[in-house]
Design a protein. Structure first.
Length: 119
């Protein structure tokens, strides 16, 4: 059918999310070292236009919420034309690794990584 399998979009989001987290020096290794796991608890994808085999794309990830959860918005666009092809979101929550308890407020380390004050 020469279109990308719908499951690959999740992989594209993951690659963009990892790059975003690297840019704030809080990737998955650093999260674990800080005592928190951040599992994805919600994933949404809007397949507006198909991605075609060997099509060059650009995937952008933007942090849109961080106070009580980590919400990241994604946009997939054609690399040549800039035309939006798909968009989506993921939501992650902080879980204390030692206790296994979900945190209802993002931990201070996230605010620090974002250069924000924690109140």
């Amino acid at each position: 059918m020469e279109v990308a399998w719908h499951g690959h979009y999740v992989k594209y989001f993951e690659i963009a999310r990892c790059a975003l987290l690297d840019s704030i020096a809080y990737n998955y290794r650093e999260m674990a070292e800080s005592g928190y796991a951040w599992p994805v608890i919600d994933l949404r994808i809007r397949y507006a236009q198909p991605l075609f085999f060997q099509q060059k794309i650009k995937v952008r990830a933007k942090l849109s919420e961080w106070e009580n959860r980590l919400k990241i918005d994604y946009q997939i666009s054609d690399a040549e034309t800039g035309r939006r092809l798909s968009k989506g979101t993921t939501v992650q929550v902080a879980v204390d690794i030692d206790s296994g308890e979900m945190q209802y407020v993002s931990p201070a380390i996230l605010f620090s990584k974002l250069g924000l004050s924690y109140e």
